[in-house]
Ligand binder design. Structure first.
Ligand code: HEC
Length: 98
């Protein structure tokens, strides 16, 4: 009887370990995905929202000190949220670095 309980306990323990492992592996892959997703979203927003009234400016047309001010003045025109503005800004600054 006692040994059966022990086996059950160790089985439960092993199960606990496998689920814990799964959780850690997803939390590790998540942060790697997010930056490129955000950049893709920023690129998408930039290309779709910022070329309606004029040509699409190249990221390198302005330096990284200028872009936040430009985006602030274009935000209302492009009808984008603060969060979308941040996504566009990180896409632009990433493109300038390359
Ligand atoms: C509703 C029309 C409209 C939309 C949408 C729009 N713009 Fe503009 N943009 C303008 C006009 C008009 C000007 C020129 C006059 C001015 O600077 O306000 C301009 C000028 C600019 C300039 C030149 C600024 C300078 O000082 O040389 C940049 C860069 C620019 N826009 C970027 C963007 C970006 C980035 C977006 C997307 C977030 C965007 N625009 C969306 C109308 C728009």
């Amino acid at each position: 009887m006692k040994s059966k309980q022990l086996i059950m306990l160790s089985l439960l323990f092993m199960l606990g370990c496998t689920t814990a492992k799964k959780v850690t592996s997803t939390t590790i892959t998540e942060p790697q995905k997010t930056p490129s997703d955000a950049l893709a979203q920023g690129k998408d927003l930039y290309e779709n929202r910022c070329a309606k009234c004029h040509k699409l400016y190249a990221a390198s047309d302005y330096n990284i000190q200028r872009w936040p001010r430009i985006l602030n003045s274009m935000q209302y025109k492009a009808k984008i949220t603060d969060q979308q503005k941040e996504l566009i800004l990180s896409y632009l600054s990433n493109s300038i670095k390359q």
